[in-house]
Design a protein around this ligand. Structure first.
Ligand code: NAP
Length: 285
């Protein structure tokens, strides 16, 4: 049965649209309960036709009667949007932000509204297979959470954290995570092509190996190192490959990359947009 919660989506780009699509696909609400704002009229029309939802180029207009307000604009334009929305958020509504690096304090002060949930989703959320980490301000009630949960469900799995600083860690692990996976897959596929497989066979081998390995791991109640150990026979092929990976610093490279992403997320949260990798706050040195 459809929920009657009213959703306002501020910025229906890739993630905003993913949430609209997820809410409707999972029957968490019906189109008349979704009102989305987008600056471009052609995009408004596109969303109206595709999802039968209401749209407007005016951010403030979509807030009327909203129970849940989603902020899904790019970090660079957040200040402008907060100024525009200040004083217009319905007093009983809960605001959900997916804007990377934007703190609860910034959003609450910017909107003069206390009930805020800050989240860090990831790209697979666009097909409802993401993992979203979220933190709620003290003003968020159980009633707010029940409504906010519908939006989180639209993106896939979710995990609540009890301190806001975990959001920067989540940014480095699951938010940035698809990049690590895609880079690894790309190198894996290119190596298979280098051996002599055609591109489409290389892609199939890599995708099914990764999917199957994840499913197999989830089916076993063992530490991941046990599985890696079981496929490493003495003097065998895995042992030969492992020797090179360890020699090349595979684990260290991953650990340092994740730490670099964490430091960068903290910097962005403090408004430091410029970056110089040579002067990065790399605690792994
Ligand atoms: N993509 C991800 O996988 C991912 C993961 C985690 C977090 N996030 C966060 O999600 C947020 C949205 O990312 P996205 O990938 O969905 O970006 P996006 O596709 O660029 O979506 C942002 C949307 O906001 C619209 N917009 C621009 N100015 C606006 C304004 N003044 N008022 C209302 N809407 C406005 C844009 O319209 P125009 O295109 O016409 O400018 C665009 O459709 C970002 O803050 C990002 O940090 C994204």
């Amino acid at each position: 049965m459809n929920n009657q919660t009213k959703f306002a989506i501020i910025g229906a780009g890739a993630m905003g649209e993913a949430i609209i699509a997820g809410l409707l696909r999972q029957n968490l609400t019906s189109p008349e309960n979704i009102y989305a704002s987008e600056p471009r009229l052609d995009r408004c029309e596109e969303l109206q036709i595709k999802y039968k939802i209401k749209t407007s180029p005016q951010n403030v207009q979509v807030l009327a009667d909203a129970d849940v307000v989603l902020l899904s604009v790019k970090p660079q334009i957040l200040d402008k949007v907060l100024k525009e929305l200040k004083g217009f958020i319905p007093s009983e509504a809960v605001v959900i932000s997916i804007v990377a690096g934007a703190t609860i304090e910034k959003i609450s002060n910017g909107l003069a509204h206390q009930a805020v949930v800050r989240t860090m989703p990831n790209t697979p959320g666009q097909i409802g297979k993401g993992i979203t980490v979220w933190f709620a301000s003290n003003a968020v009630t159980e009633k707010h959470l029940a409504k906010a949960h519908l939006m989180l469900q639209a993106l896939g799995e979710n995990i609540q954290v009890d301190e806001e600083y975990y959001l920067d860690m989540a940014t480095a692990v699951s938010g940035t995570g698809p990049m690590y996976v895609y880079l690894f897959m790309e190198a894996f596929m290119d190596s298979a092509v280098h051996l002599g497989f055609s591109r489409h066979v290389a892609e199939k081998l890599v995708i099914e190996t990764i999917r199957g390995s994840v499913d197999f791991y989830e089916s076993q109640s063992v530490h991941i190192a046990d599985l890696r150990n079981k496929v490493t026979s003495p003097g065998g092929t895995s042992a030969a490959a492992l020797y090179y990976l360890e020699k090349a610093g595979f684990r260290t490279a991953i650990s340092r990359a994740i730490w670099a992403a964490y430091s960068r997320s903290q910097q962005l949260g403090k408004g430091k947009l410029d970056q110089n990798p040579e002067k990065s706050n790399d605690k792994t040195d």
